[in-house]
Design a protein around this ligand. Structure first.
Ligand code: HEC
Length: 433
């Protein structure tokens, strides 16, 4: 058994039944992550297409059109992120806070990185025309910087939610980088990035391929060309996912696995496979009917996401369960001790723990007048040690027959104490044991 840090639980009342909070977490998170996907995937596609557009002008227009959706997606992603963030704080307080604190610096950097990325996406969008020509490189740098910052923010988030389900690893974590290297963190990240690209490409196919979209904004493109381009991206990325996905599943520490987790994830993967097959078939179709199965694809994607999200949820539940059980046991023991202590206090029972009987006798006989550093009635022990260090016999002699030395109140005699007790007191005063 790994040494695990086991804080005792916080007996707080939840505003809603716990199960409901968790379902809300899973579902609200899906809505949030959809717009995160559009934002991150959109920015990445915009940058890649802008690079291609350096040689083939028409891709530059397409890149611009995508970039103008990113700022909107970004705002929605942020607003819709509040609810799942609050829900995870409430439903998994101990786990989420512990992992957050362990990567505290990187976590706080999210504020700076995300703010900078947001401003850069606006700059990228609004300087598209004015920074053309000789300033193209600068413009591309701005877009790429926003993309890299988005990617970094995603990495911090994923590292955190990976770390929170691995309490056994907490004692070993020293900062963000060590948490990135924990099992499954990087694979989770790649899995997420691929999903992001697939979902944004699918979104772009629908957005630019829809009837209401004014194709005059994309000179040199036909509707089917745009749809085919994005469907092809979605297809290739989804195929890659069939390598990363299973690797991720196998990399997840075993204590979180269960039949339910596997069934949910494999069902999700199967649906994704069907979706990929439909995209593939669609790509081979006559241009006139391209995009006809779009709604079917979206529906399959939605179900993939739902199954994956619940598979992930059950993995998390199971992974933190041993720790949660241990924490409950510890909380119960703690509450029991606390109650017993309260009862004893109410009955006036106190129990002091002494290091030695010398300490006990000193507290009983001398402490009323002698303290460590301050003069109460008699001189402080620091002074006494200065006078009697290495000489307990003289100290004992003094205690048996104190004299008036300092001219204040006299010290009473302790001649009535047995020799053994006085010796113990002297050892305690002079040697602290
Ligand atoms: C009621 C108060 C009181 C208690 C109880 C008391 N003392 Fe004192 N003690 C004094 C005072 C007052 C002095 C200073 C006497 C003086 O210098 O005139 C003193 C001085 C001393 C000194 C310094 C002697 C020196 O050479 O200057 C020692 C050692 C000492 N006490 C040990 C003890 C020990 C050991 C006990 C417990 C067994 C004890 N005292 C309990 C009041 C007390």
């Amino acid at each position: 058994m790994n040494p695990q840090p086991l804080p005792h639980d916080l007996p707080l009342q939840l505003p809603l039944p716990e199960g409901l909070v968790k379902h809300l977490l899973v579902l609200l998170f899906l809505i949030h992550i959809l717009f995160v996907n559009f934002m991150l995937g959109g920015q990445s596609l915009a940058v890649i297409l802008e690079i291609i557009g350096l040689r083939r002008k028409k891709y530059d227009r397409l890149a611009y059109e995508i970039s103008s959706t990113v700022t909107v997606s970004k705002s929605l992603a942020v607003v819709l992120g509040v609810a799942p963030l609050l829900a995870i704080n409430v439903a998994y307080t101990t786990y989420f806070y512990s992992s957050t604190v362990l990567i505290g610096f990187a976590w706080l950097m999210i504020i700076i990185m995300a703010s900078a990325a947001f401003l850069l996406t606006y700059l990228h969008k609004y300087t598209w025309e004015s920074w053309g020509g000789s300033q193209r490189a600068l413009h591309l740098t701005v877009g790429a910087a926003a993309m890299v910052l988005f990617l970094a923010v995603a990495m911090v988030f994923i590292t955190n939610i990976n770390l929170m389900v691995l309490p056994a690893y907490w004692p070993r974590v020293a900062g963000f980088l060590s948490a990135v290297l924990l099992p499954s963190a990087l694979l989770r990240y790649f899995h997420f990035i691929l999903a992001t690209l697939a979902i944004s490409a699918l979104f772009a196919a629908g957005w630019f391929g829809r009837k209401g979209y004014d194709l005059a904004r994309l000179p040199d493109f036909t509707r089917t060309e745009v749809i085919a381009l994005f469907l092809r991206i979605a297809f290739i990325v989804t195929l890659l996912q069939f390598v990363i996905g299973p690797s991720l599943l196998l990399s997840l520490p075993v204590h979180g696995h269960s039949l339910a987790v596997w069934l949910l994830l494999l069902t999700g993967a199967t649906i994704a496979g069907v979706m990929a097959w439909i995209i593939y078939r669609e790509l081979g179709r006559a241009p006139a009917v391209l995009g006809r199965s779009y709604l079917v694809m979206l529906t399959l994607l939605t179900f993939t996401a739902l199954f994956m999200a619940y598979g992930r949820h059950y993995y998390r539940e199971r992974a933190v369960n041993p720790h949660r059980q241990a924490m409950m046991a510890k909380t119960e023991a703690f509450m029991w001790d606390a109650k017993a202590a309260q009862t004893r206090a109410r009955m006036g029972m106190t129990r002091e723990v002494y290091k030695s009987s010398g300490e006990k006798e000193f507290k009983a006989n001398c402490a009323a007048c002698h303290a460590e550093n301050t003069t109460i009635v008699g001189p402080p022990l620091t002074e006494v040690r200065g006078l009697y260090a290495g000489n307990p016999q003289n100290l004992i002699a003094w205690a048996r027959a104190p004299q008036v030395k300092r001219g204040g109140a006299p010290m009473p005699s302790f001649n009535h104490l047995p020799e053994k007790v006085l010796q113990e007191i002297a050892t305690w005063i002079l040697e602290g044991k």
